[in-house]
Write a protein that binds this ligand. Structure first.
Ligand SMILES: NC(=O)C[C@H](N)C(=O)O
Length: 371
């Protein structure tokens, strides 16, 4: 039977129109453009239904309320469609794909986020290839997790970063291989396509505080795989609410006062973008601020400001000093995934700070493979 894919258009360049102040999203424009593109209606293509959101936005206007809107929209239409495509602006696409990966638990159908750098209706648009391939892949190579398709590659949604402001190869997944490449042949990377659904529930219910975390995580993944082989829907949505999270990138000469100001109430978490494998200056006042923040209940996560690689605070004396403040290693998580994961965990009122800290170091959705 012909598959039927649900396409949610949230805004972003792909459906934008030129205006006197630059490109803007325009209601009805994307659907109208697609109607006049015969390749989307060929018999090899799946059927699709487009739902344009009432308020189309440039993705720089995205907020956690919009992540929630998208997650709820998927949940409300989950039973009726074979897969989901979220058309989204590229600027904050990596944040949304990360957030959705945590919010949607127990996926058995693909959710692909995509968009373009040039509007679909313009000459030389990359929107046509991105959307056409995303539809085709959702129907024929359904990988049941939140992914991002761009420039012929399908990535895990919580491993991506926008890496080019104006090139077509706008996304990369620095610490995890692409799940699929669409060349002359469509090649699925079976070695890395695995499913992490349902893991979080088991982790939260039974695993916080356990010393046998590694073993239990792998049991949970096996359980998730078993769940996944059945077509029954186990989809659960975890709501997220906006969270005051500080994000600071270290730079030579940064003063303790800068950090102090960033961690003032009501900030409940801080992502520290440190140097290299997780190093910071031996600045006593700065380190004391980090200790103080954590005593005040702020969750501090150390991510590297390098594009690629893993935080390892045992490599250098300077990293050790940072580790001694009690902060958490972000391992190989991207800052986008770290921010989304913090939103997800901080939005669960049943968790204590200690449990949230612990879960930050666990691989919940394939977002963290080296720590
Ligand atoms: N290429 C794009 O989609 C950029 C646009 N500003 C957006 O993120 O909505």
């Amino acid at each position: 039977m012909r598959k039927h894919i649900y396409v949610a258009y949230t805004g972003g360049t792909i459906g934008m129109k030129p205006s006197s102040s630059g490109f803007v999203p325009a209601a009805g424009y994307l659907s109208e453009t697609l109607l006049n593109m015969p390749e989307f209606h060929r018999k090899e293509m799946p059927a699709f239904t487009i739902h344009e959101y009432d308020h189309l936005i440039d993705s720089s206007d995205m907020s956690p309320a919009d992540w929630q809107l998208i997650a709820d929209d998927i949940a409300n239409n989950y039973a009726a469609y074979d897969g989901f495509i979220i058309l989204h602006g590229t600027d904050t696409m990596a944040y949304t794909s990360s957030a959705l990966s945590f919010m949607l638990e127990g996926l058995t159908k693909p959710v692909i986020v995509t968009g373009s750098q040039i509007p679909l209706a313009e000459l030389r648009s990359d929107g046509q290839t991105n959307l056409l391939n995303a539809l085709y892949i959702a129907a024929n190579y359904p990988i049941p997790e939140v992914t991002l398709f761009f420039n012929n590659k399908l990535y895990r949604g919580n491993r991506v970063r926008k890496v080019d402001a104006d090139g077509f190869d706008a996304f990369d997944s620095p610490n995890f291989p692409a799940l699929l490449e669409a060349g002359i042949n469509i090649e699925v990377n079976h070695d890395v396509v695995s499913v992490f659904d349902s893991v979080i529930n088991s982790v939260i219910d039974s695993d916080v505080g356990s010393e046998e975390n590694g073993k239990k995580d792998s049991e949970n993944v096996k359980q998730a795989d078993a769940n996944n082989s059945s077509s029954s829907s186990n989809l659960k949505i975890s709501p997220v609410t906006p969270q005051p999270i500080g994000l600071v990138s270290l730079y030579p000469g940064i003063s303790a006062d800068v950090v102090k100001n960033i961690i003032q109430q009501p900030v409940n978490a801080l992502i520290l973008l440190s140097y290299g494998v997780g190093n910071a200056p031996q600045n006593k006042a700065l380190l004391a601020q980090l200790v103080q923040a954590q005593e005040n209940g702020v969750i501090v996560v150390n991510c590297t400001q390098c594009f690629r690689g893993t935080v390892n605070m045992t490599g250098y004396a300077n990293g050790h000093l940072l580790q001694n403040t009690g902060l958490i290693s972000g391992g190989d998580m991207t800052p986008e995934a770290t921010l989304a994961k913090l939103h997800y965990l901080l939005s669960k009122p049943e968790l204590s700070t200690q449990e949230r800290r612990k879960l930050m170091t666990r691989n919940l959705r394939g977002e963290l493979t080296r720590r």
